[in-house]
Design a protein around this ligand. Structure first.
Ligand code: PLP
Ligand code: TYF
Length: 396
């Protein structure tokens, strides 16, 4: 039965983790996978999460099946976070939101639903993008192509190229956009550029799918979410996937969501019914714990304030590490101007290092980043920064 089954390639990022774990270099540093570590190199367990869990343990609840679309309070909290609690889309009831197995699950539910609605549409992802975007939409049955995004020579976004790609797309094309903190480059477009993208999406009849995996890691929760308001104001119907993996440091709980902004409440009801079919035929209904924790934090004013504070601390620490990286590389003797790293935002930096340099970083220094030159700035800390700067300086 399985004699002809081929060995599948490893995920380029998660595969690096295995290589890192097997590395015996005592100085090794994992800047591969996009995970936030605190200044002690530890994966944080947020205080807001601990407080919510403690309250839950004080009043243990049985674990029945959840509704197919998840915990009602959770879905409402996601809607409020993404669109605004008192926003017109939420109060009018025209958002269909479901709890999902992480941001990946939100993307997958949206992709499977879109395949039924627009079976012949093409999908465009940014060049480059999070590697799983291509695989996920391809597996959902779509042809996946790219829109221009990164300009290596300029070290920034090739915005004219991006607009040209979108303008050349056929009506109905699904465009996957990073709402903030672009993975892998770290370069976002400006609010004025978003206006132009939105005008093009509208004029060309494209379908926007916003991937929001890093809300709060760029400029702030509201600031990073402002792009959603722009899409709403343009009168578009669109998709938003949400991930709490990073913003709640709940990677393994798989907490995310999918929201679809519809024309009216009646339409949202029909869309929701179809999203529920996708869920039912995949995994029936989501798990309880992570969703319950996030719902508890987001709906309790004190815990919510604590979450915003803790998320703010993560954001500020990453920014400080960017500056330390730029300063440290200079001090380590790197001649070229590396200050572009402080113009990047979110967890990642496209360092501009070549594949050969990244391989050397790994083999000679135990410093792990992806072959594309992406490094996770959120994994730098006051103890490993000097070592990493010295290592990068040596390969440059
Ligand atoms: N989208 C992007 C751009 C990501 O970087 C990630 C990272 O994990 C995801 C989606 C998936 O999020 P999750 O881990 O919650 O599935
Ligand atoms: O880009 C990253 O590193 C994160 C984590 O298949 C990740 O988004 C990487 C690969 C993958 C799932 C999550």
């Amino acid at each position: 039965l399985f004699s002809a089954v081929e060995m599948a390639p490893r995920d380029p990022i998660l595969g690096l983790n295995e290589q890192f774990n097997a590395d015996t270099n005592p100085n090794k540093v994992n800047l591969g996978v996009g995970v936030y570590f605190d200044d002690n190199g530890k994966l944080p367990l947020l205080q807001c999460v601990q407080a919510a869990e403690k309250a839950m343990m004080d009043k243990p609840a049985a674990r029945g099946y959840l509704p197919i679309d998840g915990i009602v309070a959770y879905d409402n909290a996601v809607k409020a976070l993404v669109f605004g609690a008192d926003s017109e889309p939420v109060t009018s009831g025209r958002v269909a939101t479901v709890q999902a197995i992480g941001g990946t699950g939100g993307l997958k539910i949206g992709a499977d639903f879109l395949k039924k609605v627009s079976p012949n549409a093409k999908v465009l992802i940014s060049d480059p993008s999070w590697e799983n975007h291509r695989a996920l939409f391809t597996n959902a049955g779509f042809t996946v192509d790219t829109y221009a995004y990164y300009d290596a020579a300029k070290r920034g976004v090739n915005f004219d190229g991006m607009l040209a790609s979108l303008n050349a797309a056929a009506p109905g094309t699904i465009v996957v956009l990073h709402a903030c903190c672009h993975n892998p480059t770290g370069y976002d477009i400006t609010p004025a550029q978003w206006d132009q993208v939105i005008a093009t999406v509208k004029a060309k009849g494209l379908t926007a799918f916003l991937d929001m995996a890093y809300q709060g890691f760029g400029h702030g929760i509201a600031e990073d979410g402002a792009v959603i308001q722009k899409f709403v104001a343009a009168g578009l119907n669109f998709f938003v996937s949400t991930s709490f993996s990073k913003s709640f440091s709940l990677y393994g709980e798989r907490v995310g969501g999918l929201s679809v902004l519809c024309t009216d409440k009646e339409e949202a009801g029909r869309v929701l019914s179809q999203l529920k079919i996708v869920i039912r035929t995949n995994y029936s209904n989501p798990p309880t714990h992570g969703g319950a924790v996030v719902a508890a934090v987001l709906s309790n004013p004190e815990l919510r304030a604590l979450w915003e504070k803790e998320l703010g601390e993560m954001r500020v620490r990453i920014k400080a590490m960017r500056q330390k990286l730029v300063d440290g590389l200079k001090a380590a003797g790197v001649q070229q101007d590396m200050s572009f790293m402080t113009q990047q935002i979110g967890m990642f930096s496209y360092s501009g290092l070549s594949k050969e340099q990244m391989v050397r970083l790994r083999s000679e220094f135990g410093v792990y980043g992806t072959d594309t030159g992406r490094i996770c700035v959120a994994a730098l800390n006051s103890k490993n920064i000097d070592y990493v700067c010295q290592a990068i300086a040596k390969v440059i």
